[in-house]
Ligand binder design. Structure first.
Ligand code: HEC
Ligand code: HEC
Ligand code: HEC
Ligand code: HEC
Ligand code: HEC
Length: 265
């Protein structure tokens, strides 16, 4: 941070005919411009580095969580224990052969929000369900192909600890046997970032914007939002070091690192 400032100062000091006043002024201006550009860079650069895409249709987790039986009714674990991940039409078709919502009338409470949802469902039913076409969802947490990750291992392990407020370093939450909520573990690794707030997926009324880094091509949910790189939560990013940090804390009980082939194919 002091680098560019110092160069400016040295440059100015070498000019013989500078009066003290002009020198002080230019020093001041140089200082300000360094800070202004740092500040602008801090705010604007992260915006420019990422593409912004909406999902093909929006999906409201909160209203579905009131009518279905838990996360895994859509995010299914198959018979063999492997995780199917993104839901396919099979998980939706029982309810969405026809449009479920009632078209709102102008003047209804929350008219615009309800209209947007209604149109999402019409689009879903007409363009996907009735055409028997899967929705091309954008995956926030998609890892490169060389990475091996198993949901089953994380969902069933007794070593995996859910931490208070999901914070790194916080004490683990003690659950009575069989009382751990189904989404407690999901929320350690996944949060919906909506207008800058981290919302548990089960409570989210909309899907987040999908944002991908132009240079690294990683989605922001893997690369992280904080350009200082410091995380308060495991869900803040999912780079190699983030996986390794939780593995050091939990899987290996503060003993050493995993071999490369644990997480790589
Ligand atoms: C009625 C079906 C349904 C239920 C129930 C449901 N989801 Fe989802 N979920 C979806 C759909 C549809 C998407 C959008 C597709 C996608 O991004 O994978 C999604 C996306 C997600 C994603 C984003 C994955 C990614 O990286 O793109 C996470 C995380 C998630 N859901 C977690 C949960 C959790 C946690 C629960 C329970 C609290 C839950 N979901 C319940 C249908 C459902
Ligand atoms: C158990 C029945 C049920 C299942 C399963 C279900 N839905 Fe729905 N869905 C509903 C109902 C009921 C509504 C209307 C809610 C309202 O208007 O209050 C709705 C609304 C919607 C809407 C419009 C509101 C919104 O979310 O933006 C979309 C889109 C939608 N569903 C997509 C899906 C998808 C995709 C799946 C499968 C992954 C799915 N639904 C599975 C019952 C279901
Ligand atoms: C919040 C903590 C946490 C995070 C984050 C995490 N893991 Fe894990 N992981 C665990 C724990 C705990 C185990 C130990 C399972 C056991 O040995 O019972 C584990 C085990 C594994 C295993 C071994 C499965 C097996 O069959 O033994 C793989 C592979 C793995 N993790 C990959 C990853 C990758 C890749 C990431 C990052 C994208 C990651 N993990 C992020 C906690 C975490
Ligand atoms: C230890 C961290 C961790 C936990 C716990 C976890 N996930 Fe994931 N999830 C990941 C990672 C990492 C990926 C990306 C995997 C990849 O691309 O290979 C992922 C991917 C997903 C996807 C997208 C899958 C696809 O189609 O590519 C969905 C949906 C999802 N998770 C939902 C859930 C739900 C629901 C839960 C709880 C039942 C959960 N996750 C628990 C780390 C986790
Ligand atoms: C705890 C899990 C874990 C372990 C152990 C691990 N990696 Fe990774 N590695 C990842 C994840 C997740 C990514 C993708 C995210 C990233 O680039 O940080 C990755 C990315 C990489 C990449 C970049 C791949 C690309 O497509 O750009 C290389 C190279 C790599 N790892 C090598 C290694 C080597 C060598 C070791 C052993 C010394 C190792 N990894 C151990 C999880 C792990």
């Amino acid at each position: 941070m002091s680098g560019p400032e110092k160069t400016q100062q040295d440059g100015a000091a070498h000019k013989k005919d500078d009066s003290a006043g002009v020198f002080a002024m230019s020093l001041f201006a140089a200082g300000i411009s360094v800070y202004v550009s740092l500040f602008v860079g801090w705010l604007v650069l992260p915006e420019l580095l990422y593409s912004r895409q909406h999902q093909p249709i929006d999906f409201n987790h909160a209203i579905h969580m009131e009518i279905v039986d838990g996360c895994t009714s859509c995010h299914v674990f198959r018979e063999d224990g492997t995780f199917a991940g993104t839901p396919t039409l099979d998980q939706c078709i029982d309810c969405h052969e026809e449009v479920q919502s009632i078209e709102p009338e102008p003047g209804d409470e929350d008219y615009e929000a309800r209209m947007a949802q209604y149109l999402d469902e019409v689009k879903f039913v007409e363009e996907y369900v009735q055409q028997d076409k899967e929705v091309p969802w954008l995956i926030y947490s998609k890892q490169p192909d060389c990475v091996f990750f198993s949901h089953a291992a994380h969902m069933t392990s007794h070593k995996f600890k859910v931490l208070e407020d999901g914070k790194i370093g916080a004490p683990p939450v003690e659950f009575e046997p069989g009382e751990e909520p189904e989404d407690a573990r999901c929320n350690m690794c996944h949060m919906a970032f909506i207008d800058g707030e981290a919302v548990p997926f089960g409570e989210a009324e909309t899907l987040p914007l999908y944002r991908r880094n132009w240079i690294t091509t990683y989605p922001i949910d893997i690369w992280g939002r904080n350009i200082s790189g410091f995380n308060d939560h495991y869900y803040d990013s999912a780079k190699m070091d983030d996986c390794a940090q939780c593995h050091y804390d939990q899987r290996n009980d503060h003993q050493g690192q995993d071999a490369c082939f644990v997480c790589h194919k």
